[in-house]
Write a protein that binds this ligand. Structure first.
Ligand code: NAP
Length: 393
């Protein structure tokens, strides 16, 4: 049983946690109207006229390409509106968005969010809090954009004993590695990704592997019913990858991908984010451009592969709207984690070692933590050490 943090218990919001004010309301409050929020607004204004009760943004005077002219700058007021039953958080980050979600849950309202940072770090206890107040918390859009993987894990695969989950969870880095395969240098590929809107002006969350780690934490938490995977993830990004690494793999029928994977290893879970070589015919290798690929390996169901648009306003809004409809119909709650007793440790895999003189040799399995600690083996003659992926048996 999880305990709620002190900050929550002392919040004034919690005193109205069981307020019945919202039980009959059907309205929706949209918090944020940027890339994702505007996609959500456009869809719902067309498909469910009258559903949106209010839209809160930072700058209500900004010109926007949606049929709404009464933007508010007071998101808390919108959350408190008794006519709002479903709160859709599309602001992002861990500060304001967190406060607003807490407030909505405390008031017993259904919450839909695309906020992977928040769900990865605080999702389990937010879900437990929601269960206490009669609210719900849905976050299909937080992983894999339009790919319906959160719902699949929570319902279709609820009885499955998952052995392994993960894949290519970050479209920006996949776009960059793809462009490098086509001959671009890392900095050129990153610049192109930024120009096309696939990468933020500050790309660190993507290229350092944080974004993929957050998504993996959410998936692993659901798949293994284990709340705190996020604190134990080994993580390497792609900033050190060179064209020579890509070519060394290509010469051996391998493609380089940023993989985020968690799998059972005895009574532990091995989990991590790392650039890794995958065979050209593996589903992970088929992710093109900004696509995501998620593979679930279950004891009963065998391998299942989900792929598609992992980000972007329209794709992400599609998943948000599906959650909104589920909330309105009170169906398919994301189940709370019931806590499997599994230790989480760093992912292990054999490695391809590329020497400065051009030689490339296969090395034994090593954990990401050990790899991170040793750098390129601490040796000047080693140019790179990159794991080679092989599926769990
Ligand atoms: N973009 C994607 O492809 C994608 C994919 C998956 C998940 N997500 C997640 O979706 C969430 C939203 O991302 P996004 O790309 O849509 O972000 P975004 O384009 O930057 O939009 C953020 C929105 O939040 C509003 N906002 C900021 N401060 C506010 C405040 N104090 N009060 C009210 N509104 C405020 C902004 O208002 P203004 O418009 O006035 O500035 C803007 O409309 C994030 O959690 C992100 O991780 C995004």
């Amino acid at each position: 049983m999880q305990t709620l943090p002190r900050v929550l218990c002392s919040s004034d919001a919690i005193s109205s946690a069981t307020s019945p004010a919202t039980t009959r309301a059907q309205g929706l409050g949209l918090l944020g109207c940027g890339t994702v929020g505007s996609g959500v607004a456009r869809r719902l204004l067309a498909s469910h006229p009258g559903l949106i009760r209010g839209i809160a943004v930072r700058d209500p005077h900004k010109s926007r390409d949606i049929a709404w002219d009464d933007f508010s700058s007071d998101a808390f007021d919108l959350v408190d509106d008794p006519a709002v039953r479903v709160v859709v958080e599309c602001i992002g980050g861990l500060g304001l968005a967190r406060e607003l979600i807490l407030r909505a849950i405390a008031r017993g309202k259904d919450v839909v969010t695309a906020n992977k940072d928040l769900i990865a770090t605080e999702g389990p206890w937010l879900a437990a809090f929601a269960a206490r107040t009669g609210a719900s918390l849905r976050y299909e859009a937080a992983v894999g954009g339009a790919i319906p993987i959160v719902r699949a894990l929570g319902s279709s695969l609820a009885g499955e004993h998952v052995l392994e989950i993960g894949g290519v969870l970050n479209g920006t880095t996949n776009f960059i590695l793809d462009a490098m395969e086509s001959g671009a240098r890392y900095d050129e590929a990153l610049e192109e990704a930024q120009r096309l809107g696939f990468a933020e002006s500050d790309p660190r969350s993507d290229v350092d592997g944080h974004d993929a780690a957050h998504k993996l934490a959410i998936l692993a938490g659901l798949a293994f019913r284990r709340p705190s995977v996020s604190r134990s993830l080994g993580r390497r990004g792609i900033a050190d990858i060179s064209s020579a690494d890509i070519e060394a793999g290509a010469a051996r029928g391998l493609r380089l991908k940023l993989l985020a994977v968690a799998r059972r290893a005895g009574d532990a879970i091995e989990a991590g984010v790392t650039p890794a070589y995958v065979p050209e015919d593996h589903p992970f290798a088929r992710a093109r451009g900004a696509e995501n690929v998620v593979r679930v390996l279950g004891r009963g169901c065998g391998p299942l592969v989900f792929s598609g648009a992992g980000a972007g306003g329209d794709a992400t809004a599609s998943a948000v709207v599906a959650d909104v409809l589920a909330a309105l119909e009170s169906r398919e709650r994301v189940p709370a984690h019931d806590g499997e007793d599994l230790v989480v440790r760093s992912l292990r895999a054999p490695v391809l070692v590329r020497f400065a003189d051009g030689r490339v040799v296969m090395g034994d399995a090593i954990s990401l933590d050990a790899l991170e600690a040793s750098g390129a083996g601490g040796r000047r003659d080693v140019a790179s050490i990159i794991p080679v992926w092989s599926d769990a048996a």
